[in-house]
Design a protein around this ligand. Sequence first.
Ligand SMILES: [Zn+2]
Length: 411
Amino acid sequence: MSDELVRKGGTPRYPLVEDRVQAEIMGRVRAEAGPISRARLIEALNFSRGKISAEVARLIEKGLLAEDGLAESEGGRRSSLLIIPPSAGLVAAVDIGATSIDVALTTLGSELLAQRDAPADVREGPLSVLDQVKSLLAELLEQQGVSPRDVLAIGVGVPGPAEQASGLLTVPPIMPGWDRFPIRDAFAGEYAAPVFVDNDVNVMALGEHWGGVAKGVADVIFVKIGTGIGSGIIVGGRLHRGAQGCAGDFGHICVDPDGPLCSCGNAGCLEAMAAAPAIVLQAERCAREGESPLLMALLKEKGELTMKYVGEAARRGDYCALTIIRRSGRLIGQTLASAVNVLNPSMIVIGGGVSRVGHALLAEVRSAVYQRSLPLATRNLPIVMSELDDVAGVVGASVMAAREVLSFAGR
Ligand SMILES: [Zn+2]
């Protein structure tokens, strides 16, 4: 990493750019996700050729950009290609789920370099989970032959509502001990890089919008169906966080006032009725009551049922498993139909562990949305599976952190 990017004492400068022109140049090069010619850069940005050339030279000097050969000739002089070199510095990306953690190292251009995941339980509290995160991260750094000093930004997705400005979580229902816990401080001992925290579903939506099936799509609802249910909303190409950062908290919409108690304290939330724990509970009931010989055999063999086994039973055509999954898909689709009427998205992306059970769930979500939304809103509305799948979180965490350190708001 260039010394220009580091203050005395090893603290990365933040933001890494000096002005709006540099920020826009870096943004454009990042968006290309590969080499971009100087000519194309000049064409895409609304600054003079001279200004761009001067700032590109500054960015090369700082080590944030590098020249990488020449572009194909378009008549006349061949323009040089620009990239964000891995030597510019790295982004540490962390995706904390309710039952697992994913950690990755990426370039400042959000290109994945290395990744690790491990089972975890957020209910064990922030100290133990963040220790696990830091040891996975240390392993990755060692594997890549780099040090914490090479990390320019850290992005963290957490399974609960997070306040962007403070990086604090606010009353996450499934995470006792995490309320107002200073996640940023947990990294301060080893890392000098700034830490950015957001809800895991927002982060996944960013990832999918950056490099997945929703790339370039302006209005997207990303729905995560796992231990909980949440959504990340992209409006006009930007993540919509809402006034307090809890926009898209879709899982706590009430679908049945007489339904089961939810972790948030209310009754009959979508999450309490359609997320993984609800599906597994219903499957266990079917198994115990002898309604499904296959689920009964799986329960006996494994000692307990998990989402994976219910999905396996559904794929093998088990009637009970299919009925439970379809019911969950229908409830999610019906709730989503209201969101479609309100937001009029141009794409819906479904991700998270439960989405991997197969076609039955997606088919039911689709049919409920198409049936219940306004016809005009669904005329061109693809409802598709996440393309980045289990890396959507870390890619999104990297995108969030890299954008923050490369943005310039007149600081
Ligand atoms: Zn709830």
